[in-house]
Design a protein around this ligand. Structure first.
Ligand SMILES: Cc1cc2nc3c(=O)[nH]c(=O)nc-3n(C[C@H](O)[C@H](O)[C@H](O)COP(=O)(O)OP(=O)(O)OC[C@H]3O[C@@H](n4cnc5c(N)ncnc54)[C@H](O)[C@@H]3O)c2cc1C
Length: 368
């Protein structure tokens, strides 16, 4: 439960709450780029920037819980430029050996190179494939939805290598044959790219970890991100509940509090029940992860439930507040766009439900 945090995590929660109110919320009128630059600089100064990085000393025995506490607390203020608080994490490059440790991981963590993640492919395309020729790996294929790809120095891409199977491979975007086909933005304001690989030649040493072990590596990375989506969704749930409480305790035209109407109260209570459940799931799952337990099913359940809850909560809040909440710059209108992507990104809700069903019925896994 969020109530049973140790003193170190309580201190982290206080630091994040103070950081959000002092360094983030006041930047609400700036455009994203300016706000992000200020948040990044302030976060480095107060020592939050490195929380996602491998050598962070903050709560090192309860890393997942610390990340969830931090993200939830920051999101509870619904501040601008949330993505700028934390530095890049190692992602699939965690524990990578040489030469990638020096050529890609170190510059990534130092902010000198930008990485991206290439997993999703067009429905009508052959899977991205690679063939080993001596010391080189020759890659052909497509990746259709690479967040930040147009500005990235490299893509960590899932490649089906002949004779070995799916492997994660570092592909520098400057390499000959890497074709940036399209840049596009999604509803939440993030930027993506579609790539085509035509006879791209990279050193075999660019395979991350062991040949053929790419899928579990990619899924581990996706699993970590799923829990963080859930944490951020829980933070936004707190923010929406606070906003609704203020709104419903304020009087309508008749002078009576808006929350006096039974139907309004019913909707509000229903959201609070779901927010309580989402937060309880999140904290339990983060603790299991820190104990070294396999949380694949629980992480999927947290992501599906929390992202669907926040979608419903923002939608209902707009309904209860009325038309003013649909004006472009209303925080609920902005949040509506921000959270919609989460029901698809890092696994569509429908597909994750099927995976949870499979985990129970066919593999006997998990606690859900
Ligand atoms: C903001 C954002 C950022 C993203 N960033 C990245 C990134 O950095 N790297 C990356 O690789 N990808 C990224 N993606 C892509 C994301 O991973 C995919 O959108 C997601 O996995 C869903 O795949 P899809 O879009 O191909 O939809 P589909 O897989 O086609 O799913 C669409 C719908 O079809 C149905 N469906 C699909 N499969 C099944 C099934 N097996 N059984 C039953 N029903 C099914 C479901 O209703 C599902 O909701 C991002 C997406 C978004 C929205």
């Amino acid at each position: 439960m969020p109530e049973q945090l140790n003193p170190e995590l309580l201190a982290l929660r206080d630091r994040c709450a103070t950081f959000a109110s002092e360094h983030m919320v006041p930047l609400g009128d700036l455009d994203y780029g300016d706000a992000a630059a200020k948040v990044r600089a302030a976060s480095k100064q107060v020592g939050l920037f490195g929380l996602t990085q491998p050598d962070s000393e903050i709560a090192k025995d309860s890393k997942q819980l610390a990340l969830c506490v931090a993200r939830e607390t920051l999101a509870a203020a619904n501040p601008p430029a949330m993505d700028a608080v934390f530095g890049p994490s190692a992602g699939v490059l965690g524990q990578v050996g040489e030469p990638l440790a020096s050529t890609h991981l170190a510059p990534l963590l130092a902010g000198e190179k930008r990485g991206s993640f290439g997993f999703t492919e067009p429905d009508d395309a052959e899977p991205t494939r690679g063939v080993i020729e001596g010391e080189r790996l020759i890659i052909n294929g497509q990746k259709s939805y690479v967040t930040g790809g147009a500005d990235a120095d490299f893509i960590n891409a899932l490649v089906r290598i002949e004779g070995h199977g799916p492997s994660m491979v570092v592909i520098d975007t400057e390499t000959e044959g890497v074709i940036l086909e399209k840049r596009f933005n999604s509803l939440d304001g993030s930027h993506h790219a579609a790539f085509r690989f035509e006879q791209v030649s990279v050193p075999v040493a660019h395979v991350i970890g062991e040949l053929g072990q790419g899928l579990p590596k990619a899924m581990r990375q996706i699993g970590d991100v799923r829990l963080l989506f859930a944490a951020q969704a829980c933070g936004y749930l707190i923010w929406v509940m606070d906003l609704l409480q203020t709104h419903l305790q304020s009087p309508d035209k008749s002078g009576a509090p808006r929350g006096d109407k039974d139907v309004v109260r019913w909707h509000y209570a229903d959201l609070r029940i779901k927010a309580f459940a989402a937060r309880s799931m999140l904290y339990r799952t983060a603790r299991l992860a820190d104990q070294g337990e396999n949380i694949v099913n629980e992480g999927m359940a947290c992501k599906v439930f929390a992202t669907e809850c926040i979608g419903e909560a923002v939608d209902t809040a707009i309904q209860l507040v009325g038309g003013s909440a649909l004006v472009d710059d209303h925080p609920l209108a902005i949040l509506y766009k921000k959270v919609r992507a989460w029901r698809l990104a890092e696994g569509a809700s429908d597909v994750l439900r099927l995976n949870i069903g499979r985990g129970i019925l066919e593999l006997g896994k998990g606690r859900v």
